[in-house]
Design a protein around this ligand. Structure first.
Ligand code: PNS
Length: 158
């Protein structure tokens, strides 16, 4: 039984995240989407809101579960018995940050392997922060996020 953890702040979950989650769900038996508390990032959505949105957005994927965490990523992976970390990689600009996190996570726990899934071109430019900015300026985010997130963003910035 292979269980993979896809971690992130998901503030909020986007179409790019969903693309990675859905492709990853074909590769392993079970996926846990780990929503990090990330208090230092001062998220727009509370942890509970981010978990609820991620659950609604992935409800159609039977082998995907969404859980919050507020500890070291590799400790959470070990707690839930995930042997693999899956991360999305967009442009080359993501690489240095991801390279550093992968190296440190590997140093802390060598039993957990990190695997990257490349974003397709249509999601290369997409990020939660850009989506938040567009929504804050009352732009249309419907092409970038699932309907539940669009509605939640509109309610936040009403
Ligand atoms: O979506 P993000 O904000 O880029 O995700 C970053 C995340 C949550 C994966 C990263 O901040 C993380 O792993 N946080 C948990 C705390 C931790 O383990 N930090 C050390 C990483 S080497």
């Amino acid at each position: 039984m292979k269980r993979a953890l896809i971690p992130g702040t998901f503030d909020p979950i986007t179409g790019g995240h969903l693309d990675v989650i859905s492709r990853a769900s074909q590769l392993v038996d079970e996926i846990v989407v780990g929503v990090a508390a990330s208090p230092s990032k001062n998220p727009l959505f509370s942890l509970e809101e981010r978990v609820a949105l991620a659950r609604e957005a992935t409800a159609h994927l039977p082998n995907v579960e969404v859980l919050p965490f507020n500890c070291l990523l590799v400790d959470f992976a070990q707690d839930i018995d995930a042997q693999i970390l899956i991360k999305g990689l967009r442009a080359i600009t993501d690489f240095e940050y991801e390279f550093q996190m992968t190296a440190l996570n590997y140093q802390i726990n060598k039993a957990i392997e990190t695997v990257f899934i490349m974003s397709p071109p249509e999601y290369m430019y997409l990020s939660s922060s850009i989506v938040r900015e567009i929504a804050s300026l009352h732009g249309d985010v419907s092409g970038f996020v699932p309907v539940c997130v669009k509605d939640a963003l509109e309610a936040k910035f009403a």
